[in-house]
Design a protein around this ligand. Structure first.
Ligand code: ZN
Length: 399
């Protein structure tokens, strides 16, 4: 695409996103908000109307003269499928064009299932979502997938997903061939950051870090309204930053990675360590420690288990060290912890805030917000919807 055509697509997406954010808006107001002249806005909105993405809907208030026509995104122009391919779950949603969920399915899976089995389950879930799609002018516009690993975005190849034990999986072409629909793939934490930016209701935030806490730990970093990808597109692997020199080997092959201390997996290993050292209470002992799940640990911590509380606080403290490092480097307005950490509770969040503020050199000098995702475990799937919309309009990552 030439520079001119690309610029036009960017502006078109910017206008579409402005209409999406404002629900109903006039051309004149769009022109003021996006800083484009009225003629350009008028041309591009006409194209968007012709293509079916937006509609004229009623009139706004007049300040003398004709009342302005209001524009709205046509939410029923088509459906989109968003997929969060977790390490121990697959989460699929079908949404309309403005991210309202029409159908949703969440399936827990065993860790380290063979790739073929996982792909077959994924196929079944996509098929089900396609079956649930209502009739719309454009049908299914695309499938967005968030993957827990390093992804080559253009080719859609998952170079490595250590916790899935995947290497060089041509996921985009596998799904495209199977369903004959456009497929867009990204790292799941990047998708989560996009989800927070588009749908998280944080107001006008231009610099945010989304931390996806599950079996592993990853970050999606948005700087100046744009996903920060780095030279090769692999930035944000905070889970594999080294914070210890003498720990077990991580799934990535290195020693002492943060995600071994700050993730769901870490929560389980801290509990095991405490029980092994002789700790027990009426919630946890050597009898049940091997079967306990992260969500049961969180629940027990809330119900009064001293040991589970200690484990939650320990994981929060280590995660806070990782966050403090990120804050020092990127100076974000807000850090949002999401995915499974959205359910870790107030105890966890309070400890996180306390330690980040203590450890981050710069946090004391500005109003840093550390929050739990309001989208809970839907940030990634909704980010995948945003990914399809923005990639479809030929300019990936612009938020
Ligand atoms: Zn690692």
């Amino acid at each position: 695409m030439g520079n001119h055509a690309l610029l036009k697509q960017i502006n078109k997406l910017l206008i579409l996103k402005t209409i999406l954010d404002n629900k109903m808006i006039s051309r004149a107001k769009i022109s003021r908000l996006v800083d484009l002249n009225k003629a350009t806005v008028s041309n591009l909105t006409d194209e968007l109307i012709k293509e079916g993405y937006i509609v004229e809907k009623g009139y706004g208030k007049s300040k003398g003269g004709r009342r302005p026509v209001l524009l709205q995104v046509n939410k029923d122009v088509g459906s989109i499928i968003g997929i969060d391919l977790g390490v121990d779950y697959i989460h699929v949603i079908l949404s309309n064009f403005i991210g309202e969920i029409i159908f949703e399915e969440y399936v827990n899976i065993k860790m380290e299932e063979p790739k073929e089995k996982l792909l077959n389950l994924l196929f079944d879930m996509i098929e089900k979502a396609i079956d649930k799609a209502p009739p719309t002018p454009k049908g299914i516009l695309g499938i967005g997938i968030g993957v827990p690993g390093i992804v080559e975005k253009e080719s859609g190849i998952v170079l490595i997903a250590p916790n899935l034990k995947w290497k060089n999986v041509h996921l985009k072409s596998i799904i495209e061939q199977r369903f004959n629909l456009p497929v867009y793939i990204d790292n799941e934490a990047n998708a989560g950051a996009l989800g927070e930016k588009w749908f998280g209701e944080w107001g006008k935030v231009s610099d945010l870090i989304y931390l996806s806490v599950g079996i592993g730990l990853g970050a999606g970093i948005i700087i100046d309204n744009k996903l920060f990808r780095g030279a090769a597109g692999f930035a944000g692997e905070v889970g594999h930053t080294t914070i210890n020199f003498q720990d077990d080997v991580c799934s990535c092959g290195n020693i002492g990675c943060l995600e071994n201390f700050a993730s769901e997996r870490a929560l389980l290993s801290v509990i095991k360590k405490l029980v092994k050292e002789g700790a027990e209470d009426r919630y946890i002992s050597c009898e049940n420690v091997d079967e306990i799940t992260p969500s049961q640990i969180i629940q027990a911590a809330m119900d009064g288990s001293r040991i589970c509380r200690m484990a939650v606080l320990e994981v929060a403290e280590k995660m806070a060290i990782g966050i403090a490092n990120l804050v020092n480097i990127f100076n974000p307005e807000i850090v949002i912890v999401g995915n499974k950490a959205s359910f870790f509770g107030d105890l966890f969040l309070e400890k996180l805030r306390e330690v980040v503020n203590q450890k981050s050199f710069i946090a004391q000098f500005y109003d840093l917000k550390i929050e739990v995702s309001k989208l809970k475990d839907r940030a990634v799937v909704l980010g995948c919807i945003a990914m399809v919309i923005s990639d479809m309009l030929s300019f990936p990552e612009y938020v």
